[in-house]
Design a protein around this ligand. Structure first.
Ligand code: NAD
Ligand code: UFG
Length: 345
């Protein structure tokens, strides 16, 4: 019998790539999502890639009863990966309560239902945003968590604190919190990828939309940072590498190899690229010149975020394998595929 794993937020960007990796590794996957930022069509994409159609439960995890019912139905699951959250930084500044409510009540309901059904192995999607503006780089897990610059970011910091408190009186539960740096790219098939609704907040989808003619030009937010070309440095990680890290974390929990009931790992490549380097990498891969203009800094941006991924490399036996050109190429292939669909070609 296959080991059943619940994946909340499973029709989303990172959840769908992780579902593919899970299915390819022989797990039975149940996706739980309210489709607020994704589409049920993703299930078809997952099936096209893997040959297996995962079950989709359309549930809003902020509703305790919906959450309890779906967990009771799948109480033979052995683990859960909790991706479900709202994630738009700018929107969270405008609607802080919506972000705190959605991200924290869905986490609390999910934690409670997990324990009530003895599922016991819990993986959480955290973010490098919990380091705020770090004093130096690279960032290791023992760096202090600082107040993030947005309600979204703060919901991740508070989520980690909630889990730390919860685990104290629930010793059958084990948690791994994964702090992602900057996930980009798409599955090599071009069948699944990131589907930003409205204007993208993030650099990579913005670049591909400009190149595809959906937007006129990219605004580069500031070139007066203390970095090699004045633009901010980030640690970009291929979404498929990220998905593979979740499998390693899950195996660690299922094999009882975790050293503490709650462990935290950075997921990054350990390498940093500036905004201009990303633009140039894109131009090289696509053969297109990107229309961009340098403008004022964006509020809340920090000059440099680079992970020290040693802990994940050693304890999870995981390393980011895909390089920048693969990340950029897969993002571009995905964008072209979406445009073909949208334009009905
Ligand atoms: P996404 O929006 O593509 O996926 C999140 C999914 O959760 C969506 O399908 C959405 O419909 C679902 N969802 C939201 N609220 C829900 C609720 N109350 N009940 C049920 N489903 C709900 O985002 P993503 O990029 O795949 O991110 C996945 C996780 O990783 C999120 O927790 C996000 O905060 C975290 N993260 C993402 C990034 C990034 O840059 N993409 C970086 C760091 C951390
Ligand atoms: N940028 C631009 N123009 C744009 C978009 C972004 O110049 O149109 C720049 C930003 O100023 C930043 C860099 O590109 O210097 C990367 O910006 P992103 O918005 O792509 O990513 P962030 O580093 O700001 O944030 C991302 C996720 C957050 C997560 C954080 C953790 O969006 O959810 O990484 O590192 F918390």
């Amino acid at each position: 019998m296959k080991t059943k794993i619940l994946v909340t937020g499973g029709t989303g960007y990172i959840g769908s790539h992780t579902a593919v990796s899970l299915i390819e590794s022989g797990y039975e996957v149940v996706l739980i999502d309210n489709l607020s930022n994704s589409s049920k069509e993703t299930v078809v994409g997952i099936q096209e890639i893997t040959g297996t159609k995962p079950k989709l439960e359309v549930v809003d995890l902020t509703y305790k009863k919906q959450c309890a019912d779906v967990f009771a139905k799948h109480n033979d699951a052995k683990g859960l990966i909790h991706f479900a959250a709202l994630k738009a930084v700018g929107e969270s500044v405008k609607r802080p309560l919506q972000y705190y409510y959605n991200n924290l009540s869905s986490l609390m309901n999910t934690l409670e239902c997990t324990v009530d059904n003895q599922i016991n192995n819990f993986i959480f999607s955290s973010s490098a945003t919990v380091y705020g503006k770090p004093d130096n780089v690279p960032i290791s897990e023992d760096f202090e968590m600082k107040r993030p610059f947005s309600p979204y970011g703060n919901s991740k910091k508070i989520a980690e604190e909630i889990m730390e408190d919860f685990i104290v009186s629930n010793d059958s539960l084990s948690i791994i919190s994964l702090r992602y740096f900057n996930p980009i790219g798409a599955h090599e098939s071009g069948i699944i990828g990131e589907l930003p609704t409205g204007t993208p907040n993030n650099l990579m989808p913005y670049i591909t939309q400009v190149a595809a003619g959906v937007r006129e030009k990219l605004l580069v937010f500031g070139n007066d940072y203390p970095t090699r070309d004045g633009t901010p440095i980030r640690d970009y990680i291929h979404v498929v590498d990220l998905a593979e890290a979740h499998l390693k974390a899950l195996k660690r929990l299922l094999d009882r190899e975790n050293e503490k009931t709650m462990e935290v790992f950075n997921l990054g490549s350990g390498k940093g690229y500036t905004v201009l380097e990303i633009i140039h990498a894109f131009e090289k891969v696509s053969g297109k010149q990107l229309n961009y203009e340098v403008t004022a800094r964006r509020e809340g941006d920090v000059p440099e975020l680079i992970s020290l991924p040693d802990l994940a490399n050693i304890k999870l036996q995981w390393k980011a394998k895909r390089d920048l050109s693969e990340m950029v190429k897969s993002a571009w292939e995905w964008e072209k595929k979406i445009r073909t669909k949208v334009n009905g070609e």
